[in-house]
Design a protein around this ligand. Structure first.
Ligand code: BJW
Ligand code: ZN
Length: 244
């Protein structure tokens, strides 16, 4: 039986910690997980329709509105105790957060080393020439604006299915996965690659894997310890044991 005390003992022994986080860590901030998000008005849409280049090009206003709604929501939310516990962990250990989330909440909570694998909801670029664009919250509107340079459509600078992850971010994530002696895998279904492959990379290079998730995931079998619970509860408990 693996307990939170066992997990805390591994964390206490570790020097270099990587955290792979997914949508579940932001759920207690009021942001639905990626698969939860497709409810309400959006429930008739497939992720492939909303989070792919082809989906965007076939109905730019639809996809623009989905992201605009999520960006507006960001103004109302705050990091939760799970984000803050990971930021606090930096006082004790070297910690690098590798996040698939585009909500910026790890940095807002105070984590200083954050790798954003799938981009950021506040960044935009041209779908054609890829030049970055700045769009203020009040200017989001209901359809994508046009690029100042080439009149292409402006899109969120996030990573859609079938697109390459930002090279620097993926390189840094691979490097820390090789180097860490412990990886905390928090709030991810482990379905989406290459992010879902990082825990296995870490394990091959000798790291201990600890999952924090209320449910079993596609990568639970690789874990040394699975802590079943909400990250906003489990991570502060872990930190409390470490600092007691
Ligand atoms: C809680 C909780 C609480 C709830 N506390 N936890 C290898 C094998 C098979 C396929 C592929 C492969 N390699 C690549 C692919 C293709 C594809 C892929 O992975 N497909 C799979 C679906 C099979 N990958 C790609 O296309 C990637 N690009 C790529 O590989 O480039 C190379 C290439 C190019 C061209 C051709 C071929 C290869 C890009 C992936 C981009 C993913 N983008 C999205 C959208 C980002 C923007 C946006 O947010 O809108 O990223 S999709 C979506 O999934 C989003 C998320 O970051 C990502 C992961 O989801 P996550 O975070 O795990 O969330 P959920 O909702 O799935 O899970 C939430 C979890 O939280 C659950 O487990 C809950 O239990 C838990 N939970 N409450 C803790 N309180
Ligand atoms: Zn352009």
């Amino acid at each position: 039986m693996q307990t939170i005390e066992d997990a805390a003992a591994w964390v206490a022994k570790a020097q270099t910690i990587a955290v792979l986080s997914g949508a579940g860590i932001s759920k207690e901030s009021g942001i639905p997980t990626f698969r939860d998000a497709l409810t309400g008005y959006w429930e008739n849409y497939e992720p492939e329709k909303l989070a792919t280049r082809d989906g965007f090009l076939s109905d730019p206003p639809l996809v623009w509105r989905w992201y605009a709604e999520r960006r507006r929501k960001l103004e109302e939310v705050q990091p939760n105790p799970g984000h803050y516990a990971l930021a606090e962990l930096e006082r004790l250990k070297s910690v690098t957060i590798i996040t698939q989330n585009i909500d910026g909440l790890h940095r807002l909570a105070g984590s200083s080393s954050v790798i954003e694998l799938h981009g950021n909801l506040k960044d935009y670029k041209c779908v054609d020439c890829e030049k970055p664009a700045t769009i203020a919250l009040d200017d989001l509107g209901t359809e994508p604006p046009l690029c100042d340079y080439c009149s292409g459509l402006i899109r969120p600078d996030v990573v859609w299915f079938g697109e390459y992850l930002p090279e620097d971010a993926l390189r840094a994530a691979n490097a820390i996965s090789h180097a860490c002696d412990l990886m905390l895998v928090v709030g991810t279904s482990g379905l989406v690659y290459p992010a879902a492959g990082l825990p296995q990379v870490a394990k091959e290079f000798g790291a201990t894997l600890i999952e924090v998730n209320p449910d079993e995931t596609a990568i639970s079998d690789h874990m040394d310890i699975s802590l079943r619970g909400a990250s906003g509860v489990v991570l502060p408990q872990l930190l409390a044991i470490l600092t007691s």
